[in-house]
Design a protein. Structure first.
Length: 186
């Protein structure tokens, strides 16, 4: 096999691996609606670095062995375009998973995606009923787990590969203040 065929075989295999990896990572994030953590960001960024280092190594090796510079430019452009595409997808996901009161009230189907961001950034314990209602709107009156001592908000379908149940934000109230909260499934 000549060097040019070896170059293209290697590149096609690398790009296919790269695309399959990112499809897997993004499908896990989207299907599970997980909030991004440092570990998730490392999982997303590390292959960029590995792919770029691999592309640079392969590029230098092939330039030294006589493959033309046009092929080298294709390799470099692919190593830049693919990470940019993944970063754009990641940015779209982060925007969709960011909490705002307006989004909570106007898009109830998105609640399950933004609840982790809300709980991470908002100290719910100790807030008064009025503060909670101003953030989240009126609670669901006929939801599961509702009684006189709780506020219940429907979040959406359960975050799992096979969604059978629904998720609910259940806030326990004592002395007109939030004392405890949990996400429960029915």
């Amino acid at each position: 096999m000549d060097r040019k065929k070896a170059y293209y075989t290697l590149m096609i295999g690398s790009i296919a691996h790269y695309i399959l990896y990112y499809l897997l990572v993004f499908s896990v994030i989207v299907f599970d609606y997980k909030t991004l953590t440092i570990a998730a960001i490392i999982l997303i960024v590390l292959p960029f670095v590995i792919f770029i280092l691999f592309a640079m190594f392969l590029s230098r090796l092939l330039v030294k062995s006589g493959v033309n510079k046009r092929s080298n430019k294709k390799l470099i452009s692919l190593s830049v375009i693919a990470p940019l595409f993944c970063l754009i997808c990641l940015g779209i996901f982060v925007e969709r998973a960011t909490f705002s009161s307006e989004k909570w009230v106007s898009e109830p189907s998105e609640r399950v995606m933004i609840i982790d961001n809300f709980l991470h950034n908002t100290e719910l314990i100790g807030k008064s009923l009025d503060e909670i209602v101003s953030l989240l709107g009126d609670p669901d009156e006929n939801g599961y787990f509702a009684d006189d001592m709780t506020m219940v908000y429907y979040l959406g379908p359960e975050r799992s590969f096979i969604s059978i149940d629904s998720e609910w934000l259940v806030i326990s109230i004592e002395d007109n203040k939030a004392q405890h909260y949990e996400i429960r499934t029915d």
